[in-house]
Design a protein. Structure first.
Length: 339
C-alpha cells in the first residue's frame, strides 16, 4: 500500500477546504435534510431593532414553510461590511441583506433621494412617505438589473453628529474629519459644512475615532451604545441633518424561484420585520440615551436652522444633477401638504 506524501495530503485538505467554503456560500444552499438555507446578513448587534425584526421574519417564514426553508441570520458584519453584503446578495451567495441607502446609490442613483440633507421636515412626514407605495415602488425595483430588489424598509432614526469635541454650530465642523456612509451626496454635505468627509465601513468607526484618524461620525443614538462609540466620542449633537431608512434587499433569482404562495409568505414576513423593528426602535433609543449618559456622553440640543441654512442649496443642486429624483421630491412635498 502506497502512503501519500505530506504535500499531496496538504493539497487534498486544501481542496476539501475550498470546496466546503464554496458550498457554504453557494446559491444552491444545500442542507442535509433537503431544506433550503436562506441567509440574511446585517451589520448590527444581536440586540439591535434590525436583528429583532429579522428574528420575527425568520419565525414567520419557518412557521409557514419550516419544512422547506431554514432562515439563518448573520449579524455584526460576519459575512462582510454593507458593500460586501450587497455584492453577495447580487451574486446570490446570500439571499438577503440589510443595506444603507448610501451604499445602494452606487447600484442606482435613485437612492440618492435619501441622502439629501433636511429632506423631511419631521419624523411624522418621514414615516408617512416611507409607507407610501407611490413613493417607494419605483425605488424598490430600481436595482433589478443589478440582480436584487428592496422588499422592506427599516427605521434608522435621525442622523446627528457625534465627536470628540462639542459641535454646537456649523462652524464647529470646520476642519474636522467626519465618517459618513459611502455616498457622494454625503461627501458633498460634509464639504458644504466645511468638514472633510471620511467614507468608511461602519465597523471601522470605533477604532478610527479611538486612534484619531477621524474626529467623529454621524448616526443615530444606538451607535453610541450598541457599537460602543460613546466610549470614544463624548459629544452628541442634535442637528437632525438626515432621516435615512435602511433597506432589506433580496436576491432576484431567489425571489423568482418562489411559488406565488411562498413569495407572499416571504413578503408578509418582510412587512412583519418592518413592524417589529419599528416597535423596538423608540424604546431602544430612549434606553440608549440613558446608557450613553452613564458612559459620559453629553447630549447637545442646538439651533437646527444654521445647519439647515448652510446646506439647503444642495436640494436644487442634487436634483438638478439627477432628474429622476424630481418626481420623488415632488411626491414628498405633496404628502407634506396632505398632512
Amino acid at each position: 500500500m502506497t502512503i501519500p506524501n505530506k504535500n499531496k495530503i496538504k493539497k487534498l485538505f486544501l481542496i476539501i477546504s475550498l470546496f466546503t467554503t464554496v458550498i457554504s456560500l453557494s446559491g444552491c444552499n444545500f442542507l442535509a435534510n433537503s431544506k433550503t438555507i436562506v441567509r440574511i446578513s446585517h451589520s448590527q448587534s444581536e440586540t439591535h431593532p434590525d436583528h429583532l425584526g429579522l428574528l420575527a421574519f425568520e419565525e414567520y417564514v419557518e412557521s409557514k414553510l419550516g419544512d422547506k426553508y431554514d432562515i439563518q441570520i448573520f449579524p455584526n458584519e460576519i459575512l462582510g461590511a454593507s458593500v460586501k453584503a450587497i455584492e453577495l446578495v447580487q451574486t446570490g451567495a446570500i439571499d438577503y441583506a440589510v443595506a444603507s441607502t448610501g451604499n445602494l446609490e452606487t447600484f442606482d442613483n435613485i437612492y440618492q433621494i435619501f441622502s439629501i440633507p433636511y429632506l423631511f421636515k419631521n419624523v411624522e412626514l418621514y414615516h408617512k412617505v416611507m409607507e407610501d407605495k407611490n413613493f417607494t415602488d419605483n425605488i424598490y425595483t430600481s436595482t433589478e438589473e443589478a440582480g436584487f430588489e428592496t422588499v422592506a424598509w427599516l427605521d434608522a432614526g435621525t442622523r446627528n453628529f457625534y465627536a470628540t469635541t462639542p459641535i454646537k454650530t456649523p462652524d464647529d465642523l470646520k476642519g474636522k474629519k467626519i465618517r459618513v456612509q459611502q455616498s457622494p451626496t454625503n461627501v458633498k454635505m460634509m464639504s458644504a459644512f466645511g468638514a472633510a468627509a471620511a467614507p468608511m465601513s461602519f465597523g471601522e468607526v470605533y477604532t478610527a475615532i479611538q486612534q484619531g484618524v477621524i474626529d467623529g461620525a454621524e448616526n443615530n443614538e444606538l451607535a453610541l451604545t450598541n457599537n460602543k462609540h460613546g466610549e470614544v466620542a463624548k459629544y452628541y449633537t442634535y442637528n437632525h441633518h438626515q432621516m435615512v431608512p435602511d433597506m432589506l434587499i433580496a436576491n432576484l433569482r431567489f425571489l423568482d424561484s418562489l411559488t406565488d404562495e411562498e413569495r407572499q409568505i416571504f413578503d408578509d414576513a418582510a412587512a412583519i420585520c418592518t413592524k417589529v423593528e419599528r416597535e423596538n426602535w423608540d424604546v431602544q433609543i430612549e434606553a440608549a440615551k440613558a446608557q450613553a449618559k452613564k458612559m459620559g456622553v453629553e447630549f447637545i440640543e442646538t439651533d437646527i436652522e444654521p445647519f439647515r441654512n448652510k446646506i439647503i442649496h444642495l436640494h436644487n443642486e442634487i436634483i438638478g444633477e439627477n432628474p429622476k429624483l424630481e418626481p420623488l421630491y415632488e411626491r414628498i412635498n405633496e404628502i407634506e401638504k396632505e398632512m
